[in-house]
Design a protein. Structure first.
Length: 187
């Protein structure tokens, strides 16, 4: 079954997966039409970039993402973990970040990281319709999306708290959203 889900992702599909924080809609980060479909399924504004989940630090190279000294300290302290860091990426991937920088996270869930090693980086957004609370289990996700997604990956009940979202600009750290892990901008 998992092999099927991996192939679905690689072929441009959209699914619901458990992450290390909430259930998420997910598709390949490198498939622009899958990303557009994912946003359409959710009813999400297209000017809000997804969070990209990576399997390991070297995946940052695929995005041309460079870590400032302050960002290196942040990832060393909080990755793997529920902290998404907004980083600049290469211009040819502008469909991902809408010119705002891309939120990237190395999740703290070994099964999810193994899945990501097989699918490649995934663009994700919480599994809910825009304005509704995130699904905390597969049943809630099915109520939101029914057959509009290509697969549902089973997992346990999860919190309804998203990752902490952080933007690093030079030496400044701005907390854009406090999430599962509460951090201070001075960390």
């Amino acid at each position: 079954m998992e092999t099927d889900n991996i192939e679905i992702i690689k072929n441009g599909g959209v699914g619901v997966i458990p992450t290390d924080t909430v259930y998420g809609l997910a598709c390949s980060a490198f498939n622009e039409s899958a990303l557009e479909r994912m946003f359409e399924i959710k009813g999400r504004a297209e000017n809000k970039p997804p969070v990209v989940l990576i399997a390991e630090m070297k995946d940052l190279e695929k995005f041309g993402a460079e870590l400032s000294d302050r960002a290196k300290i942040l990832v060393t302290k909080f990755w793997p973990g529920p902290v998404s860091i907004i980083l600049p990426i290469k211009k040819e991937l502008a469909y991902l970040d809408k010119g705002l920088g891309l939120a990237i996270r190395l999740p703290d869930n070994s099964q999810l990281r193994d899945f990501l090693k097989k699918t490649g980086p995934l663009a994700t957004t919480s599994a809910n319709l825009q304005g509704q609370p995130p699904a905390k289990n597969i049943e809630e996700a099915r109520k939101y999306f029914g057959r509009r997604v290509d697969f549902y990956k089973e997992g346990c009940d999860l919190s309804q708290t998203a990752s902490t979202l952080v933007k690093v600009k030079g030496d400044k750290v701005e907390i854009l959203r406090q999430g599962t892990l509460r951090i201070d901008s001075n960390f």
